[in-house]
Design a protein around this ligand. Sequence first.
Ligand code: ATP
Length: 468
Amino acid sequence: MSAPNIETIVSLSKRRGFVFPASDIYGGLGSSWDYGQLGVELANNIKRSWWNWLVYERDDIEGLDSSIIQNRLVWKYSGHEDTFSDPLVDCRDCNARLRLDKLDVDPTDGKAMCSNCGSKNLTEPRDFNLMFRTTVGAASADDDPAALAYLRPETAQGIFINFKNVLDTSRRKLPFGIAQIGKAFRNEVTPGNFIFRTREFEQMELEYFCRADDAPALFDSLLDEYQKWLEGLGISSENFYRYEVPKKDLAHYSARTVDLMYRFFPERKETGGDEWDEIMGIANRTDFDLKSHSKKPEGADGKRINPDSTEDLSYFDPTTNERFYPYVIEPSVGVNRTFLAVMMDAYTEKTNDKGEVRVILKLKPELAPIKVAVLPLAKNNESIVSLAKKLKHELQPVMRTVYDDTGGIGKLYARQDEIGTPFCVTVDHESLEDNAVTIRDRDTWEQERVSVDSLQAYLSGRLRKSTV
Ligand code: ATP
């Protein structure tokens, strides 16, 4: 089967409760999405996998949860107030508002073309700052400029301004990292493609602090490890490629950036378009951020780097007696784009013996929203129903389990396949005699008879074996 396109995933998501259009009953809100009963579980499982992998399984990373709204000065000294903007153009022919850097260029004259109508009749680009503005307290920003604040456009700055807090309280030595998961907000000019580009999204960011000399090697090893982690979530290595961002396009803080690209748009291949777009980026942010948030005087003239900060965010190495600003390697991955890639890679179709096409979402069991569905074969038989419900409640504290009796068994299996539930447990008439149940495997559709007494141990073992 060829790779599904995003529309296939949109339709499955809405049909089954993974993702719904936000504010839908009021006409929606340009590319905003709500995560439904299954989507919230999948997103949480992705975040849990990332957190376990970095914060619990490694020995060199601490966690953090910083505020979404910070003092405006954070965004002044990070450079976001001045530079976090996209070049905006309007099409004079169809009035579409577009991001110049995302438009196709006509190779004959080097002019950008409207992605809506193909016209080259575009306005001059102007910078549009992507930060969402808000006010803190009762004043309006017009009356009192000090009331102006922003919703964070990345989680990273919350980590930099807490560097010293974490360093002092954890007694860490370089190299070490701080990891954070949280919402970020960007007033994107052209949001779209489902959850790929939205104005409110979630990031999983790691800032890994090290000596400048160690930064290049750490960059390479973290990139490899991240790709491996993503592949462990079930994303095929064929669907990745690495884009080395050219020097001229690097952000002001970056000495090197690689974007890890995923094949989000397979259908574009037919028209010669670009199948790939970014799922995560990794940057060598040098010592830019810690330095620019530091009050410490620099240079012979003692000129202050930052007259507003009250702290020096440098690092003192007691073994060498050196004081310096650590370099930072930052792998930054989007929860929502990972969610989408995981869904796309897990999506398969299979024809049953009646010739009907069934969707099977082959999610890694660790990520599956529901691990086990307990299904009674006869919903009017009280003994079968009560045994099924009892099994559901016994399994629930150990693994996410649901009970469903709202259809015939074929329909119930199909429903669970479509949402990626790895195991169905069926309770039938025989179960009342032999105290055993049937376990059906999502991917092979094979069935096995297992005694009720060993059910939990059996399922735990199967789930553990296939854990990411
Ligand atoms: P793009 O070039 O697609 O705008 P970016 O390079 O600005 O992305 P980063 O600032 O590197 O993105 O953010 C890190 C990660 O956060 C991205 O790789 C992506 O997974 C996620 N991300 C960024 N912007 C959005 C968005 N508007 N919607 C959803 N996810 C996003």
